[in-house]
Write a protein that binds this ligand. Structure first.
Ligand code: M6R
Length: 364
């Protein structure tokens, strides 16, 4: 049941800290902060190339995973939504590996991509939340997210659990490949062990996020911007807002804004920025300033340091805990989901069962 919560989604949002802890515990030794992966279908030390695929939010998690794996392990990664991958006849590397991501393990397009990749000689690893799912059975290997059952049609805790698992994979691959030294791996590992606590702190920002939601609920169009591994999280924010509140939203790479979407910006369009301090901050902040100069209403999620420069031109700034940039995508996913939840509640839509959507899309 949903206990004291109004919706399954609200309950599941509050499970973020627990599922992040449970998932990390499977792959990260809390005492040593070292990642320990079980045997995988491909050897990350030598695999020449990886193909990642999934649908919806799971694909957005895969895209963050791609950034991490390329950065930390220097393995070339292709990432495409399953419904495209399966029809575009991708040339596959000899001895290549694949990583498919799915909460349900039953999504038809992802299943079809899985079969295509296996027929193409790729060794397929599935990341699923349901151990006895079709994808787990048909893969060469499966790793579990430990998110527990997710009832709300909008994926929440399963998404952050996927990110936690992908973060562990990226560290493990980096170690196996020799591209990541032990000290850095431990530092990233300890960054991850702090994520559940930070997630709990973010959930305490509920009032502030709800106040932002009251503004967003009045909009017709909303733009989410992020750069680097925050870009797929901007797309996750837009996807959640669309599916739950039926408000038109787009997620964009911050640097792409000036190549088109900036034409949309006026004082009626909230521009929601995922902009933590770190190596990419200045670039994104200057994109936001351009939007503000055109009357855009900047609403930013950042940290204490980022807030100091964003407050000058932003309508709202919500300060999240200061973390290593590696953890920022996991933590920024939470407030954008909470935001979409509150907008939906304010609009009175069916939060757990949005129109036209099914929890598990088993038709192509
Ligand atoms: O069960 P799966 O993870 O394979 O589902 C993939 C998508 O259908 C799913 O993430 C969908 O986009 C959600 N409704 C997003 O909130």
């Amino acid at each position: 049941g949903k206990g004291n919560f109004r919706h399954f989604m609200e309950k599941e949002l509050h499970e973020h800290p627990a599922v992040l802890g449970d998932t990390l515990q499977q792959y990260l030794d809390p005492a040593t902060r070292a990642v320990a992966l079980p045997p995988l279908p491909f050897d990350p030390a030598v695999v020449p190339r990886l193909t990642m695929s999934a649908c919806g939010s799971a694909f957005l998690a895969a895209q963050v995973g791609r950034y991490w794996i390329e950065q930390l392990a220097r393995i070339p990664v292709d990432a495409d939504v399953a419904s495209e991958l399966r029809y575009r006849e991708p040339p596959l590397a000899d001895g290549g590996g694949a990583i498919l991501v799915s909460q349900s393990g039953e999504t038809a397009d992802t299943m079809a991509a899985l079969r295509l990749l296996r027929q193409g000689g790729q060794r397929v690893l599935s990341l699923v939340n349901v151990p006895e799912s079709s994808m787990a059975r048909e893969s060469d290997g499966a790793l579990l997210t430990v998110a527990g059952p997710e009832i709300g049609v909008a994926s929440t805790k399963a998404f952050t659990a996927q990110l936690a698992l992908l973060a562990c994979l990226a560290i493990g691959f980096g170690r196996a490949r020799g591209t990541l030294d032990e000290a850095t791996a431990r530092l990233l590992g300890s960054t991850l062990t702090e994520v559940p606590g930070h997630a709990a702190q973010i959930l305490e920002k509920d009032e502030e996020i709800r106040a932002m939601a009251a503004e967003v609920a009045k909009a017709r169009d909303v733009l989410f911007l992020g750069r680097g591994a925050l870009m797929p999280i901007a797309m996750e924010g837009a996807l959640k807002l669309k599916e739950l509140s039926y408000i038109h939203a787009e997620g964009y790479a911050a640097g792409e804004m000036k190549h088109g979407p900036i034409a949309l910006i006026d004082s009626a369009v909230p521009v929601i920025a995922l902009c933590p301090s770190g190596p990419l901050f200045e670039k994104t902040a200057s994109n936001l300033q351009e939007a503000a100069a055109r009357g855009g209403r900047i609403m930013a999620f950042t940290d204490a340091v980022g807030a100091r420069s964003l407050r000058g031109f932003s309508e709202r700034v919500i300060e999240l805990p200061t973390v290593h940039p590696f953890a920022a995508p996991i933590l920024h996913a939470i407030p954008v989901q909470v935001l979409a939840y509150h907008v939906a509640v304010l609009k009175g839509t069916d939060v757990d069962q949005p129109r036209n959507l099914a929890k598990s899309v088993t038709v192509e």
